[in-house]
Ligand binder design. Sequence first.
Ligand code: HEC
Ligand code: HEC
Ligand code: HEC
Ligand code: HEC
Length: 126
Amino acid sequence: MTSKKELLAAFVLTLILLVVGVISYAAFPAKPPDQPVRLMFKGVAGNVLFTHKMHTSESGYDVACSDCHHNLEEGETDPQTCGECHEAVSEDEDVPAKTDAFHSQCIGCHQEQEAGPQKCASCHVM
Ligand code: HEC
Ligand code: HEC
Ligand code: HEC
Ligand code: HEC
């Protein structure tokens, strides 16, 4: 038989764990923002649908923010757009033009991981 004392001890312990849990949850907001969910790139070659959240989320392809937003500091969640640094025509040979930057990053990873579209028409579908 469990005594009243043991029950009380169990109750107090549960309460302490609950409080610790709530504090930890509030102190370490682990989840990055879910936005944008998806993006549509429009262009002459046909529109590209990019499933941003799917690429990022753990249950999706689980890619780290900084793998794509390569200038993002640890913990930052508000990156600049690629086009702010990668211009339509490259003026610095070390900084690829915008289209090249996208192609090199998107296709580069799909090739490396042997997953995701690599052919023109499988990305430019619309
Ligand atoms: C992994 C997906 C992907 C693949 C594969 C891909 N592209 Fe793209 N492409 C993009 C993205 C993303 C952009 C960026 C659009 C932007 O700059 O807003 C783009 C931009 C372009 C643009 C510039 C469009 C414009 O109006 O500025 C052209 C042209 C283009 N791609 C042609 C091609 C060709 C040709 C191939 C095959 C050799 C190809 N793409 C393969 C994703 C892809
Ligand atoms: C697989 C590549 C990839 C990953 C991973 C990724 N992003 Fe992005 N993200 C992009 C691209 C590409 C854009 C569009 C940039 C543009 O329009 O030039 C974008 C756009 C954004 C924007 C909108 C920027 C704006 O001003 O329009 C935010 C905010 C953002 N990403 C945050 C994040 C965060 C936070 C993470 C990590 C949780 C993340 N991204 C992971 C590729 C990625
Ligand atoms: C704050 C400016 C800035 C932003 C924003 C930025 N880039 Fe870059 N990017 C650079 C510079 C500078 C280089 C050349 C030096 C280097 O490799 O860091 C570069 C290089 C690259 C390269 C070539 C790297 C290599 O190893 O060959 C790719 C690909 C690239 N960027 C893609 C992107 C994409 C895609 C985005 C948006 C998701 C983006 N960049 C956002 C400044 C930026
Ligand atoms: C660091 C790795 C990585 C980068 C960078 C990346 N992808 Fe992907 N992508 C993946 C993986 C992994 C898959 C999953 C393929 C599968 O599960 O079949 C995928 C799948 C896709 C698919 C097909 C499935 C879907 O979600 O629609 C498209 C379209 C796509 N990526 C577009 C892009 C575009 C456009 C970019 C650049 C803006 C990009 N990806 C950058 C890893 C990446």
